[in-house]
Each structure stands twice: as C-alpha cells, then as structure tokens.
Design a binder for this molecule. Structure first.
Ligand SMILES: C[S@@+](CC[C@H](N)C(=O)[O-])C[C@H]1O[C@@H](n2cnc3c(N)ncnc32)[C@H](O)[C@@H]1O
Length: 328
C-alpha cells in the first residue's frame, strides 16, 4: 500500500484502521508500508526472501502460510499476476472470517481490473483513487472460494502456480539454455534464481553432475521446484542469491537471471547475478546463462570473466557461456 494512500485513507476514513485491530498484511513490499499498524498486532504474509529479510529486520513478524489464528483486518497489496491477486484476496477472507478486507495497488499492477471483477462478487464499501493507484474495502463474512488458486500442470508435466515466473508454459529463453545444459555439465554447480525448477531438471538429465545448489527467493516457486525436481543431488536453498556463498568454489553455474524486483523492472539485478556467479566459480569454472538480447550484460561479463561467447540464440534471446572468472 503506498504511504500516500495509507495516509489519505487514514485522514479521510479515520475509523477504518484501529491500532487495536489484529492485522494481517498480505504481500507488503517494504517495512515502511507497515508503519501505520501496531507491530505487536501485525503479521505479514510474504514469501519473497529479500522482502521477508527487510520486514523481519524492522521487527515485523512474517509468515509464509496463513496462520490458524483469526484476524480483524487484512490489507492486501495487489501483485501483478491477476490470478495471484485473487488468491491473496481468497486467503485474506480465510484469515478474516468477520472483519474488513482492504485491497490496494498501483494502477500498473492492474488493481482497477481486480476491483472491477471483485465488484461482481462482493459488496465493495468504498473505492479511493489516489497517487496513481486505488484502495477498496469490503466486509466479511463473504465467500470467495472461487478465487483460490490451485497448482496446474503445464507441458513437460511440470507443476506451476499463479504468480511464479513462467507459470503458463516453459519460458522460451530458458528452453534455449535447457537444450544446451542437458548434456556436458559435470561436477558441482548451482542454479541461481531456479524458479519452479526447469533449468535444474534439464541439467540433471546428465549423470555427471554430483551436486546442484538450487537458490530461489520465492518460497512458492521453490516449493514447486521440490516436487518438479525430485533428485537427491539437489540442495534447495530459500534465500537471496545476491548474498549466497557456495560451500566450495563451483564447476558451473546456470541461470536465467531476473531483471524485475517486486513487479518493477530492475536490470541491475541481472548484472549483480553475474558478479555472484563469478565470485562462486572455480578459476576453471563456467557460467551458462540466457538473457533477453537487448539487455547489455556483455560489459559486466567482460569485467568478471576472462572469456565469453554466444553459444546459441534467437532474435529475442542470447545464451552466453562465460569462462575463467576473474577473482577481484
Ligand atoms: C527469470 S526467472 C528464471 C526462473 C528459472 N530459472 C527458469 O529458467 O524458469 C528468475 C527467478 O529468480 C528469482 N529471483 C529473483 N530475485 C532473486 C534473488 N535475489 N535471489 C534468488 N532468486 C531470485 C525469481 O523469483 C525467479 O524465479
């Protein structure tokens, strides 16, 4: 919820949030958005590790499953995936069987269409437009079971869920890299930002891999990966790849690095993943990565690896192999 909108709603509808309300905040982006609530009566539902880390550092209790305990108030920050937005609203109705659900989002997150759809199912009390976004609220009890998202199977038999990367089909860029890494890799490696497990599943087609560290920030994706990749060679880690240290320097790293953070473009993230790869590889180690062709990663690769080449590609994507990391 944007700070400007929270302040506006509080000044205009003062009685909406009470400090005494037991509150669950689904998907808060940052600790600052929680400042209007009494921390001792607030629980944040968040599955994205870097945000969980910030919230917990600020003293906010975080959960990754909706607790049995019931709440008076739920705040839902709408994510970009409409299906996931609906699922969060469904979870909110379960957590607040009798109380108030406030949903909020920037227009760019699609909040208007979520509210439009919601209006067909429940009686919305009020809709406020402010600071390029909207806030709306309704009372429970209400039945929104049809908003519940359930995992589905996509091509290749993989299980995915709303809101995770490439939830409807295998990502075409990852497929290009997958076809290359399905043979030729050996030893110990890592998949940075492994998602629901596609690249790891392809890499493990070769028996020469001894161990593969799987690092993913989104617990929902990591949980899917555990069932998509059922292989004892994999060490799963729910964490922030930017802070991850391999137990020993690695033979290889595979990745389709992210360039979004909480739904907003952040190309620097991909560059930071390349630095993490360079830092965690053996001197003879290799990074195999895929990226959108327009993303200018070559300069950062040159600064962190002695050699690199394009192994495969298309108009939209490039698969790069970078070798011999420079130890800075
Ligand atoms: C472009 S997707 C690639 C997913 C998967 N490797 C594939 O190819 O289908 C990038 C993944 O990185 C994850 N991610 C984003 N930031 C991260 C971070 N700081 N640490 C670990 N994973 C992160 C995202 O949740 C997402 O699953």
């Amino acid at each position: 919820m944007s700070l400007e909108r929270i302040k506006f709603v509080q000044s205009k509808f003062g009685s909406l949030f009470q400090k005494s309300d037991l509150t669950i905040f689904l998907n808060p982006d940052a600790p600052s958005y929680c400042l209007s609530f009494a921390f001792e009566r607030l629980v944040a539902y968040q599955t994205f590790y870097p945000v969980v880390d910030q919230l917990e550092t600020a003293g906010i209790k975080c959960v990754q499953n909706i607790p049995e305990q019931k709440f008076d108030l739920a705040i839902v920050t709408i994510p970009k995936s409409k299906k996931l937005a609906r699922h969060f609203i469904y979870l909110a109705t379960k957590a607040v069987p009798k109380g108030l659900i406030v949903i909020d989002g920037d227009k760019t997150s699609g909040v208007e269409s979520v509210i439009r759809d919601l209006k067909k199912k429940v009686k919305i009390d009020t809709v406020v437009s402010k600071a390029h976004g909207k806030t709306a609220w309704f009372k429970t009890p209400t039945n929104l079971d049809e908003y519940k998202d359930i995992p589905s199977r996509i091509g290749g038999g993989f299980e995915t869920q709303a809101g995770v990367f490439s939830s409807d089909e295998i990502d075409p860029a990852s497929k290009l890299l997958g076809d290359i890494i399905s043979s030729g890799l050996s030893g110990t490696g890592a998949d940075l930002g492994g998602g629901w497990g596609y690249l790891t599943a392809r890499a493990l087609e070769t028996k020469d891999i001894r161990e593969l560290h799987f690092i993913e920030a989104d617990l929902r994706a990591l949980t899917l990966a555990k069932s998509n990749v059922n292989d004892e060679r994999v060490k799963f880690c729910w964490g922030n790849a930017l802070q991850w240290e391999a137990p020993k320097p690695l033979d290889f790293i595979i990745m389709n690095p992210p360039f979004h953070y909480m739904g907003r473009a952040l190309p620097r993230l991909g560059a930071d993943f390349i630095k993490v790869a360079s830092r965690n590889l053996k001197k003879s180690g290799s990074l195999l990565m895929v990226a959108n062709r327009h993303l200018p990663y070559e300069d950062i690769i040159k600064g962190h690896f002695r050699s690199f080449s394009e192994l495969s590609g298309s108009k939209k994507f490039k698969v790069i192999c970078a070798e011999n990391p420079i130890k800075l």
